[in-house]
Design a protein around this ligand. Structure first.
Ligand code: IPM
Ligand code: MG
Length: 356
């Protein structure tokens, strides 16, 4: 089969890790008889430097016409002092919004080989951890009304959290559908003791749950969820939550995988077009130094094969190759521990390609 992929290397380590993911995809194409065509487009700081804006219209158009989008990372200190809507991060939100990618799947799985890189105690980890965070991605405070205004205390700033029934319904369905393919448990995380938007969220999730009698549902306040993730992560299967809570909890969950450099993500909408990216940032301090861990991006490419192209065998092939290389004790700096073999970005990519 033939697929068109828009690639957005972006900033910092973005180009380093996208390069490796593309090499892995090419090898998969060779092995299974698919052709992947790439169109590289600009977004984030790279687009600000070249075009004066973080998300040029051309980028949006090309992404919309593609079968999927593979993104590295955006942002860096160089652009930190720009006003909110001119910052590199605006490109990410713009793409998520423009492409209608309301569901963000972030699987936090601890590879057995990485137990030593996980900061939790062995008795908490047990025989492994496997949590799927389902984050709402195009609503809530990220997209709500915001601004500055005068008040009796002088200038003030505000951001608003707003959720509609429809927005909660569709993300809840994704969570329950995912749970049906896993361990049939959904934890909905909110702050319903304080926020009206959370109270609506909770009631809609309960309504959707009625269509999934086999799935066990519980609700948890976000502060408690943050604690439970490190106290007893084994209680979780699928976590479904709002845009901002999902942002925070998925970073926390990433640490149970050993490193934020391990966690891939898929952003999905109504159709098959998706955007795939590691959940980590652009790490400008190690950019271009062959130090970044490319695994989160390579695993994101695997998610692309599974969710946008329906190529399950090919996706598993990549995931198995990653497991094999980790079991052979190869490590990038972020997941390095005593007695392991330290490798760079390129070597890690090569090892995974050889293991495919
Ligand atoms: C993420 C990132 C982004 C977010 C930033 C870079 C805008 O932290 O994808 O988790 O907050 O969504
Ligand atoms: Mg984040």
């Amino acid at each position: 089969m033939n697929f068109n992929i828009a690639t957005i290397p972006g900033d910092g380590i973005g180009p380093d890790i996208i390069e490796q993911a593309v090499l892995v995809l090419n090898k998969i194409g060779e092995k299974f008889g698919h052709t992947f065509n790439y169109t590289e487009v600009l977004a984030g700081g790279a687009a600000i430097d070249a075009k004066g804006e973080p998300l040029p219209q051309e980028t949006i158009d090309i992404c919309k016409k593609s079968d999927s989008v593979l993104l590295g990372a955006v942002g860096g200190p160089k652009w930190d002092n720009l006003p909110g809507d001119k910052r590199p991060e605006k490109a990410l939100l713009g793409l998520r919004g423009e492409l209608g990618l309301f569901a963000n799947l972030r699987p936090a799985t601890l590879h057995k080989a990485l137990k030593d890189a996980c900061p939790l105690k062995p008795e908490i980890i047990g025989d492994g951890l496997d949590i799927l965070v389902v984050r709402e991605l195009t609503g809530g405070i990220y997209f709500g009304e915001r601004g500055r205004r005068d008040s009796i205390n002088g200038e003030e700033a505000y951001d608003t959290e707003c959720y509609s029934v429809k927005e909660v319904e569709r993300i809840a369905k994704i969570a329950f559908d995912s749970a049906m393919k896993r361990n049939k448990k959904v934890t909905s995380v909110d702050k319903a003791n304080i926020l009206e938007s959370s109270r609506l969220w909770r009631s809609v999730v309960e309504k959707v749950a009625k269509d999934y009698p086999e799935v066990e549902l519980n609700h948890m306040y976000v502060d408690n969820a943050a604690m439970q993730l490190v106290r007893n992560p084994k209680q979780f299967d699928v976590i479904v939550t709002s845009n901002m809570f999902g942002d925070i909890l998925s970073d926390e969950a990433s640490m149970i995988t050993g490193s934020i450099g391990m966690l891939p993500s898929a952003s999905l909408g109504e159709g098959t077009l998706g955007m795939y990216e590691p959940i980590h940032g652009s790490a400008p301090d190690i950019a271009g130094q062959n130090k970044a861990n490319p695994i989160a991006t390579i695993l994101s490419a695997a998610m692309m094969l599974r969710y946008s192209f329906n190529l399950e065998k090919e996706a598993s092939c990549i995931e198995d190759a990653v497991t094999k290389v980790l079991e052979e004790n190869y490590r990038t700096g972020d997941i390095m521990s005593e007695g392991m073999k330290l490798v760079g970005t390129k070597e890690m990519g090569e090892l995974i390609i050889n293991a495919l």
